[in-house]
Ligand binder design. Structure first.
Ligand code: NAG
Ligand code: NAG
Ligand code: NAG
Ligand code: NAG
Ligand code: NAG
Ligand code: NAG
Length: 539
């Protein structure tokens, strides 16, 4: 009798398990990735197209969807895509960076099998290999809430995905050549909004409210975003619902995403169109891109007097960054308050200070983190770790700043699963930095000027309602602090989102680990895994 009860119990749990599985649908995409002519700045150049499109298609999926993307590589070089802000729960195998995946060889295809586990929000994707991103291949990636989970704002009439970013007239091979030969990266030649500097148009109905999902998909440049005659109500930042602060304009740094509600001003008679403006921050001369907010029924062109950029520079921007706050009582991707986990009252396991720097090695410009300039080995770190191979990466003490000159290396910072780590990004350079962590969102708890020290925590940290996100800026001669609960086992890329810096070594990996050999903490090696480097013989 007892056995029967146990058996029934097992059957019941299997049944529940399969129900849960059945809820999560799988959506399939096939992307043909190839070179093609584009002329975003009115001169013909070679771009990267996905299914013939530049920028790439917008991915719209729902929380917990399984998303399979088959990438058919028709470039003449190995390729990977990474999914900026998608946490790849328990599966760094799908992260699409050279430390986790062998690149997809030319004339072959590979299928990413990802789950949008417990995520909702505005993200983006782009090629992570070489400087491919400078040629295109990027796009918006939106995860919508499940129908049973209300979002903490009125349902918009419609939504738009807006990609802003800097652009060069040189193609990505010429840009790569400049970096490979040790020369400084040139300033961008222009800015684009959805692949165009001045003619993208968004048609809207007067009086209605729209959601604008804006990502900075550029390479190097912080951008200010604004809409003539309209206020932006910030509602979401990289997966966190925010308090709906109203902004005239918002700074969006490289790799960051934000979404706004905008109620269309229909009060002016006759109806007029308006300009949507993106302009570069902290550089001269300022570059500007515009798009048109076209009101249905309007016959009047937008007034050429563009809304002004903020006059304030770094301090203004840092102050604005501090106003972005979490709505702790709003639902997250699950029907429970985002702030139910009180991040501010958890004891810090460990503090890691990461300082960026530039240096010359063998006469060539390199960038470094705590004096180590990262070099990609032939074998992905994740594969080497899985097969217990030695000599691929070093278990690093990168968390302390060594004396002496910058060296080349392949450092991995080891943390234990569920460690609660404070990371302080110290920027001693005159150039604004942007950092991105894969696999784990973090609370962006503090920004400050000068040198960080522990006494600054009590003065500058927001321990109640800082947003949880994946990309954070660090102002010149300043610091930014984050709290990360490393709850996602795997090998995760921590990188400069400023792409020329990352290409020349400003990145590392974080291994999140414990000894529990369980599928409940990490998915197994994918059946379609590509082998390369020291792991090649396994094919
Ligand atoms: C991917 O490659 C496999 C093996 O070569 C091939 O059978 C399949 O048709 C390819 N898929 C696409 C979408 O090109
Ligand atoms: C935060 O979210 C809750 C739940 O959706 C909502 O009721 C509340 O109005 C939001 N707070 C603010 C200040 O918007
Ligand atoms: C956090 O640390 C304090 C002081 O070391 C200790 O008293 C407290 O019990 C710790 N709390 C938790 C939840 O571990
Ligand atoms: C940054 O510069 C300051 C002042 O020059 C120096 O004291 C400090 O050690 C530097 N910090 C790092 C992390 O490089
Ligand atoms: C790597 O080493 C660990 C610990 O010794 C072991 O459990 C694991 O099976 C090894 N992995 C492989 C693929 O051999
Ligand atoms: C790597 O370093 C961490 C501490 O930073 C330590 O716990 C771990 O055992 C080390 N692993 C190896 C393989 O040496």
């Amino acid at each position: 009798m007892r056995e029967v009860v146990i058996l029934l119990g097992i059957l019941a749990s299997l049944w529940i398990f399969s129900l849960v599985e059945a809820e999560d649908r799988t959506v399939y995409f096939t992307w043909i990735v190839e070179y093609g002519d584009i002329s975003p700045l009115f001169i013909k150049q070679r771009g990267i197209l996905i299914n013939g499109q530049f920028p790439g298609p917008t991915v719209d999926v729902i929380t917990n969807d399984n998303v399979w993307v088959t990438v058919v590589n028709k470039l003449d070089e190995p390729l990977l895509f990474t999914w900026n802000g998608i946490n790849q729960r328990k599966s760094s195998w799908q992260d699409g960076v050279l430390g986790t995946n062998c690149p997809i060889p030319p004339n072959s295809n590979w299928t990413y099998k990802m789950q949008m586990k417990d995520q909702i929000g505005t993200y983006n994707y782009f090629p992570s290999t070489l400087l491919h991103r400078a040629a295109g291949g990027f796009g918006g990636f939106n995860i919508l809430a499940r129908s049973i989970i209300p979002v903490p704002y009125l349902k918009p009439y419609d939504e738009f995905t807006v990609l802003i970013g800097d652009w060069w007239k040189k193609d990505q091979e010429e840009l790569q050549q400049i970096l490979d030969s040790g020369n400084p990266f040139p300033s961008p030649d222009g800015l684009l909004i959805n692949g165009n500097p001045d003619s993208t148009s968004f048609t809207v109905v007067p009086g209605q409210t729209y959601l604008f999902r804006v990502s900075n998909v550029g390479m190097t440049t912080s951008i200010n975003f604004r809409i003539q005659g309209h206020k932006l109500a910030l509602v979401e930042v990289e997966g966190s619902h925010t308090l709906p602060e109203m902004y005239d304009s918002l700074d969006i740094h490289v790799g960051q995403s934000s979404s706004f509600l905008v109620t269309i001003n229909g009060a002016i008679d006759p109806l007029t169109d308006y300009f949507i403006v993106a302009s570069t921050r902290f550089m001269r001369p300022t570059l500007t891109a515009t798009a048109i907010l076209h009101l249905q029924g309007s016959k009047t062109a937008a007034s050429r007097e563009l809304p002004a950029a903020p006059i304030g520079q770094f301090h203004w921007s840092m102050k604005q960054a501090r106003t972005i706050r979490w709505n702790t009582t709003a639902n997250a991707a699950r029907p429970n308050p985002q702030g139910s986990y009180h991040y501010g009252s958890i004891n810090i396991t460990r503090t890691v200070i990461l300082a960026n720097s530039r240096a010359e090695i063998n006469g060539k410009l390199r960038y470094a983190v705590n004096k180590v300039s990262y070099v990609n080995p032939e074998t992905p770190l994740k594969l080497a770790d899985y097969y217990n191979m030695t000599g691929v990466f070093t278990n690093s003490s990168i968390d302390s700043l060594p004396a002496g000159p910058v060296v080349l290396g392949t450092p991995v910072l080891s943390v234990i699963l569920h460690d609660f780590v404070e990371i302080v990004f110290q920027n001693n350079e005159s150039y604004i930095q942007t950092w991105h962590l894969d696999g784990n969102s973090f609370w962006s708890v503090g920004f400050g000027s000068g040198q960080w020290n522990p006494a600054l925590r009590s003065r500058f940290y927001n321990i109640y309602n800082a947003v949880s996100r994946s990309t954070v800026q660090v102002y010149p001669y300043s610091w930014s602090a984050i709290f990360v609960s490393f709850d996602n086992k795997g090998m995760w890329n921590l990188r400069s989102a400023n792409w020329q810096r990352r290409y020349l070594g400003q990145e590392l990996y974080v291994k999140v680990w414990n000894d529990e050999p369980s599928r409940s903490t990490e998915n197994g090696i994918p059946d379609n895994v590509i082998y390369c480097g020291k792991a090649k013989r396994r094919n």
